[in-house]
Design a protein around this ligand. Sequence first.
Ligand SMILES: C[S@@+](CC[C@H](N)C(=O)[O-])C[C@H]1O[C@@H](n2cnc3c(N)ncnc32)[C@H](O)[C@@H]1O
Length: 315
Amino acid sequence: MPKVVSLFSGCGGSDAGVIKAGFDVIMANDILPYARDTYLANHPQTDFVLEDIRKIEVFPSAELLVGCYPCQGFSQGGVRDAGRRINFLYLEFARALNAIKPKVFIVENVSGMVRKNFEHLLIDQKAVFTEAGYVVKAQVLNAADFGVAQERRRIFIVGIRADLDTEYEFPKPTHGDLLLQPRVTIEQALSGMELWPTGEYYDREFHWYYMSRDRRRDWHEQSKTIVANPRHMPLHPVSPKLVKVEHNVWRFSEDLPARRFSYRESALLQGFPKDFRFPDTDAASLDMRYTVAGNAVPPPLFEAVARSIPDSLWD
Ligand SMILES: C[S@@+](CC[C@H](N)C(=O)[O-])C[C@H]1O[C@@H](n2cnc3c(N)ncnc32)[C@H](O)[C@@H]1O
């Protein structure tokens, strides 16, 4: 099994995907204690280093390096500041890339990076990775096209070491109207789950900002993007429909109970398996569970990207 070093690993969404694709993750890293706890509850065999990446000086050798550095600066939901310090964590990824020199690397990040005002950040990243000796390709993929019951567009940057003279092709959608398999629905992803799982969902009021757009999708559709902040989590379809009152103002169509997706449901809508564990450790809280699930890369999407690396590289 080709060896993988994973950075900014979170609770292990991307890593669950590479493991399923047949790789061996020998080291993972994150700064968040509950990400470590959740990761190890699901992948106890990995050496998880709980540390600020800037303090890690030595990396083991590996054939694949994966990393999804934080994206707050580009996120359409977050603060839109192209110059925020957090946007420079890609240089830490590049430092590891230069130290390890794996055959391949995979990066995932929010698709907002392709927008005009953030384009320079994508250009910088590609330039830094090219300079490290890689042939770099980037493409936006939608998790819903790969069997995940969620609309989630993310940019993937894949590089193959230039001396290997091998081309990477991004995976083609496997689920959709004109494809062999239909898209997975919310109903399918949440089958067997309780309708009102007390204590597992954020039940504070729906503030004006929440009600400024339609947050609900029906059972037979795909979820809106699952986010890390529970305040902004989409509505569960058990809730009444939302109707538009005016620009940026919506209201419930009926005076019936409504709720956001629970953290467990958000993990299922991210494509995690039903037996995915959220351990009850000291660092656990409702918000933390939502954070690690919402920050994750959908495992089936990362698996598809990892499987598309030509097998000839691992001979
Ligand atoms: C987008 S999430 C990664 C999600 C992960 N790939 C997954 O699929 O579950 C980015 C992660 O970077 C971590 N992070 C932020 N700053 C960091 C730092 N300085 N050193 C290490 N990890 C950091 C965050 O705690 C967060 O879990």
